[in-house]
Design a protein around this ligand. Structure first.
Ligand code: CAA
Length: 258
């Protein structure tokens, strides 16, 4: 499929890669980028040969936020009736793990998209922030909700109210990112991580991702009940039988993703 503002490829078996490709605008996320990204993501999600998805930008910018030039003339009614941010929530529909490979700026909507991914691999050059307050607005694609869970209230407030930016190392200390690599390694590392997940039972990974994400939505006991249901569901799969039999027979499992 031909896209205007993103590139897609399969850099390793089982791994789908989506790259924001508006280098002159530091990958500012206009409506077309968002729409294409989610179309590509859902296409990889439907593709049974793909087990995990990597989302990346350029070395200079993962993404510098929503496209300010697209929004500059928009008023409240246009934003509301156009429901500009609806497409951004398509992430919730992706059942396979999505790994953000972040280098350079991950600001505003760029930071929000990275946080909406399941894991983040960051280059030493990565900078995370929510500078919307400088534009007279606030984060609108999950920043106020996801950041607080990742870094705690005090730091989230400082980032959102004062445009404090986090370096890759700070983001690692807060647990916002999984690992930090040398600048030339972040994408390879993300692809390796994706390959690792893609080499497992897709059906088990899907149930596990779903259960972890429920922790955001549910009170503890309901979350534990939800997890238990997914756990029992796994016992209805051929992969559970294969995984346990392979362990007992001391051999690698041959996943059928069923
Ligand atoms: N929207 C539109 N264009 C953008 C952009 C954005 N978010 N970020 C950068 N660009 C464009 C610049 O306008 C510039 O284009 P021109 O060459 O045509 O002037 C080009 O990208 C390069 O940018 P700079 O010259 O500014 O590059 P720099 O290296 O000096 O600075 C930067 C980089 C610090 C990221 C700076 O570009 C910047 O502050 N960008 C805006 C960041 C921001 O405010 N993001 C939040 C957006 S609102 C949002 O995301 C809402 C939401 O929650 C959904």
């Amino acid at each position: 499929m031909d896209y205007e503002h993103i590139l897609t490829e399969t850099p390793a078996p089982g791994v789908g890669l989506i790259r924001f490709n508006r280098p002159k605008a530091l990958n500012a996320l206009n409506s077309k980028v968002i729409q294409e990204t989610f179309d590509a993501m859902l296409a990889f999600d439907r593709d049974s040969s793909i087990g995990a998805i990597v989302l990346t930008g350029s070395d200079k910018a993962f993404a510098a936020g929503a496209d300010i030039k697209e929004m500059v003339e928009r008023n409240y009614v246009e934003m509301m009736t156009g429901d500009q941010l609806t497409d951004w929530s398509a992430f919730n529909k992706v059942s396979k793990p999505v790994i953000a490979a972040v280098s350079g700026f991950a600001l505003g909507g760029g930071c929000e998209i990275a946080m909406a991914c399941d894991m983040i691999v960051a280059s030493e050059t990565a900078v995370f922030g929510q500078p919307e307050i400088l534009l007279g607005i606030l984060p609108g694609a999950g920043g106020t909700q996801r950041l607080i869970r990742a870094v705690g209230k005090a730091t989230a407030m400082e980032i959102i109210l004062t445009d404090r930016r986090l370096s890759a190392q700070e983001a690692l200390q807060y647990g916002l990112v999984n690992r930090v690599t040398a600048p030339e390694e972040y994408l390879n590392e993300a692809i390796k991580l994706a390959q690792k997940v893609a080499g497992l039972s897709q059906v088990a990974v899907r149930l596990a991702k779903d259960a972890v994400n429920r922790a955001y939505e549910l009170p503890l006991q309901e979350g534990i009940n939800y997890e238990k249901r997914n756990f029992y569901l796994a016992f209805g799969t051929e992969d559970k039988k294969e995984g346990m039999t392979a362990f007992v027979e001391k051999r690698p499992a041959q996943w059928k993703h069923k």
